[in-house]
Design a protein around this ligand. Structure first.
Ligand code: PLP
Length: 414
């Protein structure tokens, strides 16, 4: 499998090169040269595999020495830290917006005391600011090469690749549960950076029978507006802090990858769209492409879910099914309702699968507000976090002090 940049000037990359590069050297994002199609025989073989076997089937990852740089809205950073803590030859630097991740998410990062782990909290910032800082650091090519920078976040192709597995796995589970084969399903996906739902798009293109992919956002609804109108417009104001903070994102970093396919994999058309967006803060596609490709062919639908609807969904779901969902998952569930998919248990024509993206104990305050259940204190793992030693670097980047971060990275080389 070879990889290329959406902007057309970087081609023929190996997986390892794509992984190390993170952001492509020409400023684009990395996509596969071609998407492999899974034929029916292979699909049948895959249907009886365990999650781990499916993962091995769909991907392969190799190790290297690197400085891993991550911008996180809460979860990716802690996943990267826990995956890389105490690993030889790897330093991990995680940038996150102060006060814009939940207290438990922050504790999961700052209580890991291994010497190669470096959480960096950026004051007066949103996730978008952290992501911009990471992109700026990556665009300094000599620095990137000198410190062997790699990205582990939702723009890294490796993450998308692994997320494709969720769709195959849950698809097979539902077919087994409903004793059906090849029945088309609908996925509703809580969306911020357009990574997880993009993985669903790749799964659909690979041949998995997916009828629709519902892009479910919180009040930061730039993507919802795009999928409804064909207009992607960043002039909609600042990022709104919500009770689903991991999706408090304005500019979805992976969206360029989907636009590339909207442009029929024509890098010059994509470049034009991105130039429009960078110059005017808005890009748009024609009503014809929106209807025939985005909606019909690719099956995208979308929803934006407000504060009260999130709380109501957590409460209703708990009362009806005795099942606690976190606010992001609630957005996936609520997002499907506006498309008439009202009863999760009885939706049998095209089974509906909502991706559950976080444990409710990470967002205890909101879960308590909705249900009165004190999950954060009932759950040992979150209680124990409070007792651990904490450390992090505070960077005040009201003026985006990128040099301070670069200095920190260069001082902490393993
Ligand atoms: C809990 C949670 N839900 C949903 C999302 C949104 O996923 P994506 O950014 O891939 O759209 C994230 C992103 O990190 C997340 O942490």
């Amino acid at each position: 499998m070879k990889y290329k940049s959406t902007r057309g000037n970087v081609k023929n990359l190996s997986f390892i090169d794509a992984f190390m590069m993170g952001l492509a050297d020409d400023g684009g994002l990395i996509v596969p040269e071609s998407i492999p199609i899974v034929d029916k025989d292979r699909l049948a073989k895959m249907s009886s595999m365990s999650f781990v076997e499916l993962t091995v089937e769909i991907m392969s990852i190799r190790k290297q020495t690197m400085s891993v740089l991550v911008a996180t809205s809460g979860d990716t950073g802690s996943a990267a830290i826990h995956g890389l803590a105490n690993k030889k030859g790897v330093n991990v630097f995680v940038l996150y917006p102060q006060g814009r991740v939940s207290p438990v998410q922050e504790l999961q990062m700052v209580t890991v005391q291994d010497a190669n782990v470096h959480p960096i909290t950026i004051t007066n910032s949103s996730f978008d600011d952290c992501q911009t800082l990471v992109k700026q650091i990556f665009s300094d090519l000599p620095f990137k090469s000198k410190y062997n920078l790699a990205a582990v976040n939702s723009i890294n192709w490796a993450r998308i690749l692994v997320q494709i597995v969720y769709y195959f796995y849950s698809y097979f589970l539902v077919q087994k549960k409903q004793q059906t084969t090849n029945k088309e399903v609908v996925f509703s996906v809580p969306t911020g950076n357009f990574g997880d739902v993009l993985a669903g798009f790749y799964a659909k293109k690979m041949g998995l029978p997916i009828r629709n992919l519902i892009v479910s956002t919180n009040q930061n609804d730039i993507l919802d507006k795009f999928f409804k109108t064909g207009r992607y417009d960043k002039s909609c104001g600042d990022v709104i802090p919500t009770v689903a903070p991991s999706m408090d994102i304005k500019i979805a970093s992976n969206f360029e990858r989907y636009l590339y396919y909207v442009c029929q994999e024509d890098a010059s058309k994509l470049r034009q769209l991105m130039e429009d967006f960078n110059r005017d803060g808005v890009l748009s596609i024609s009503p014809d492409i929106l209807a025939n490709q985005v909606h019909s062919l690719d099956g995208f639908l979308s929803s934006s879910v407000g504060h009260q609807e999130i709380l109501d969904t957590i409460k209703t779901y708990y009362q009806t099914f005795n099942y606690l969902v976190d606010p992001h998952t609630a957005i996936g569930i609520a997002g499907s309702k506006s498309h008439g998919l009202k009863n999760l248990n009885k939706f049998t024509d095209n089974p509906l699968i909502c991706l559950s993206t976080a444990h409710p104990a990470k967002f205890g305050d909101t879960v308590k507000l909705a249900t009165n259940v004190d999950i954060e204190n009932q759950y040992q793992a979150t209680k124990q976090l409070l007792e651990k030693k904490q450390s992090k670097l505070n960077v005040n980047t009201a003026n985006c002090n990128i040099e301070e971060i670069k200095q920190f990275i260069s001082n902490k080389r393993v």
